[in-house]
Design a protein around this ligand. Structure first.
Ligand code: BEZ
Length: 211
């Protein structure tokens, strides 16, 4: 069965552009964005990897590491990285897993046979420091992903874990957030001493907590 939210992300050891990766060791106590792309030397993937390389500092600010994957060999990834640098103006600065035997792709369900027998789809897994899967998404090969959205999701998840708030549709940093329904009004008085707005008993908004 496909990996689902809150499942434990499987550990693995696999080749990469930075040598063998022992996944849990590599992840350490960071959040991880593990994303697959269909194939090296393809146009949409080239733009995606350039964008992720440029966004690496933003992921780092959130204690998140990024790691890509396709079923191509490490030598192919390394050759392609020159094109990424040349065309996207960004050097590959994170590992690309070379999943030549599909070990990781099978563990994570990244090959969807009705889409392609041979290529990984555009899967994303956001994995927390306890190795729990906190987001999954799958995009078609023809649509490049919005990696700013992944940063937004990490911000939201970290706010939830730390402050017991959820984030509304299209939320952006600094906008009001929602007190999770499991928090009673009595508990909310301690957590949010400056008060909140009750639109409905189940919809209470509050300024985004800092820190
Ligand atoms: C691309 O990255 O452009 C791509 C990869 C595989 C299939 C189709 C498009």
């Amino acid at each position: 069965m496909a990996l689902q939210l809150n499942d434990v992300a499987p550990d693995f050891t696999q080749d990469s552009t930075e040598g063998p990766i022992h996944f849990y060791d590599w992840a350490g106590d960071s959040w991880v964005v593990l994303f697959s792309h269909p194939k090296d030397f393809t146009p949409v993937c080239t733009t995606e990897l350039g964008v992720v390389a440029k966004l690496k500092p933003e992921f780092q600010k959130r204690n998140a590491k990024v790691i890509g994957l396709s079923v191509d060999a490490a030598a192919s990834h390394t050759g392609w990285s020159k094109d990424i640098e040349e065309t996207q103006g960004a050097k590959l600065n994170f590992p690309l897993i070379a999943d030549h035997d599909r070990k990781v792709a099978d563990l994570y369900g990244m090959i969807h046979p009705n889409a392609s027998d041979t290529m990984t789809v555009r899967s994303v897994f956001i994995i927390d420091p306890a190795h729990k899967v906190r987001l999954t998404l799958t995009y078609p090969a023809s649509t490049g992903r919005n990696f700013d959205e992944l940063l937004r999701v990490i911000d939201s998840l970290q706010l939830t874990d730390k402050h017991k708030v959820a984030t509304p549709a299209n939320w952006r940093q600094g906008e009001d957030v929602i007190i999770v329904t499991s928090v009673t009004n009595d508990q909310a008085k301690d957590l949010f001493p400056d008060g909140w707005t009750e639109h409905k008993p189940y919809l209470r908004t509050v300024k985004q907590p800092v820190g």
